[in-house]
Design a protein around this ligand. Structure first.
Ligand code: NAD
Length: 429
């Protein structure tokens, strides 16, 4: 391999905070690329998506009028296998956001050694403004518009913000109807009755808990004596909090969009409904609610930001008092904030490892669909545990041998695997 190798990673420029997921993803790629021996030509290819499909999606509203929505599917890199990534329905979806998130999916699949590449898609729409019937028509028509670029060996969407297992079932049905045969492997995150996997819903939170457990053990922190604050009580946050409580940790703070609750002696997290069971249940009946920003700065052993991106920034990175940060959400720490935390010696285990249980069980679902054989929840749980510990160990090994941060370690593992695949396949023609 050729290319520039520098021993010291470039520092983040704190005066130049990245504003978009794409900017953050590109900076992270450049930084990781500077730390390993990798061809500049491969880095140049990885700086760009392979393809971005933009479509318009006409939908008949319940009153008979027609609205036209814009949708995207960004496909970043498929050198290790078909594209894989979520599909979000959100008013702030943009082309660049899809590209940035598709890059993260490429690294996430590679760090887990899953034979998929990265993709991400979305429709610019507030799903709360749609009736159930309108949401179904939008999902089916969007599937038709991107049908040529998806498929079980091409690109496999999954749920993300604003989409759920029902939406995945509609995509599977719309795609199968057009292809003339039932093809469950075209999407993951489906209900188990149509080829979905047991344990998929809990998987990202479950993997956050596994990674927290392993990292605490690494730093000689006993889970029984560990206090945890979790921002966001949805699919990721609630499942992580519940598992950590089950394994002996004391969860002292949790939150939803309206604020956080803090009980220094521990919260009975199992008794509080998660976002999909009852939205905003964390704060609904609470007497004392503190702002989400305060939760991030609590003096706890472990902080798990598991709600949204860009919550740890250069403005509050100096005030984070947790000894360890495990990223549950995608991109909760900005590039500048990551540099500040690294300087302060606060380990941050990155999203592409910590919440990768989601895509890992999606991979298990795809295998079950291809083989037409379902796994039991026990099989899924055991396989997820094994895959997460293997990936965590691969990253730990880089952290130790190169004396780099956990984020850099994860990027080095991912990028090395992707670069090797590019080198052996070559550039055609
Ligand atoms: P979710 O919708 O199930 O739950 C989100 C939680 O965060 C809710 O409790 C909500 O009230 C809270 N929240 C929303 N906006 C907030 C704000 N501005 N401040 C504080 N809290 C807020 O979402 P999720 O599926 O748990 O996803 C959370 C994060 O994890 C996202 O970044 C998502 O991209 C990422 N992620 C999700 C999965 C998955 O499969 N669900 C997998 C990997 C990563």
């Amino acid at each position: 391999m050729s290319g520039n190798v520098s021993s010291a990673p470039p520092r983040a420029d704190a005066s130049n905070e990245p504003e978009t997921a794409l900017e953050t993803a590109r900076r992270q790629l450049a930084r990781a690329g500077s730390q390993i021996e990798i061809s500049d030509n491969v880095l140049e290819r990885l700086d760009h998506p392979a393809k971005v499909t933009e479509v318009t999606v006409p939908v008949e509203r319940d009153d008979g009028s027609v609205d036209v929505f814009t949708g995207f599917r960004a496909q970043h890199d498929s050198v290790r296998g078909p594209y894989k990534g979520g599909l979000r329905f959100h008013p702030e979806v943009t082309r660049d956001e899809c590209v940035g998130l598709s890059m993260w999916m490429t690294w996430k699949c590679a760090v887990m050694d899953i034979p998929f590449g990265g993709a991400k898609g979305g429709v610019v729409v507030d799903p709360k403004s749609l009736s159930e019937a309108e949401r179904e028509r939008l999902t089916r028509r969007f599937t038709q518009e991107i049908r040529d670029v998806i498929g079980p060996t091409r690109d496999i969407p999954a749920p993300d913000m604003g989409t759920d297992s029902q939406a995945m079932a509609w995509i599977m049905d719309a795609y199968s109807m057009q292809q003339g045969e039932t093809i469950p492997g075209v999407v993951t995150g489906k209900p188990p009755s149509v080829g979905g996997s047991y344990g998929r819903e809990e998987a990202p939170g479950h993997s956050v808990a596994i990674v927290t457990r392993e990292t605490c053990e690494y730093y000689d922190m006993s889970l029984e004596e560990t206090t945890v604050a979790v921002q966001g009580f949805g699919s990721v946050g609630a499942n992580a909090a519940r598992k950590l409580e089950e394994w002996g940790a004391t969860v002292v703070a949790i939150s939803d969009v309206n604020g956080a609750i803090y009980e220094p002696d521990g919260i009975d997290v199992a008794s509080i409904p998660a976002h999909d069971e009852e939205p905003e249940a964390v704060t609904r009946n609470a007497d004392d609610v503190i702002p989400n920003e305060e939760l991030l700065e609590l003096d706890v052993d472990v902080l798990v930001p598991a709600a949204i991106g860009n919550v740890i920034t250069e403005d509050n990175a100096d005030d984070i008092r947790a000894d360890l940060v495990i990223e549950g959400a995608n991109g909760p720490t900005t590039f500048a904030a990551a540099a500040i935390l690294e300087e302060r010696g606060v380990p941050v285990v990155p999203d592409i490892l910590a919440n990768a249980g989601g895509v890992t069980v999606s991979y298990f679902e795809w295998l079950q669909d291809i083989n037409r054989r379902a796994w039991s929840l026990e099989e899924v749980t055991a396989e997820l545990e094994a895959e997460m510990v293997t990936a965590w160990n691969a990253v730990r090994s880089e952290v130790e041998s190169r004396d780099v941060s956990w984020r850099d370690g994860a990027y080095i593992v991912a990028l090395s695997r992707i670069a090797e695949a590019h080198e052996v396949r070559g550039l055609w023609p």
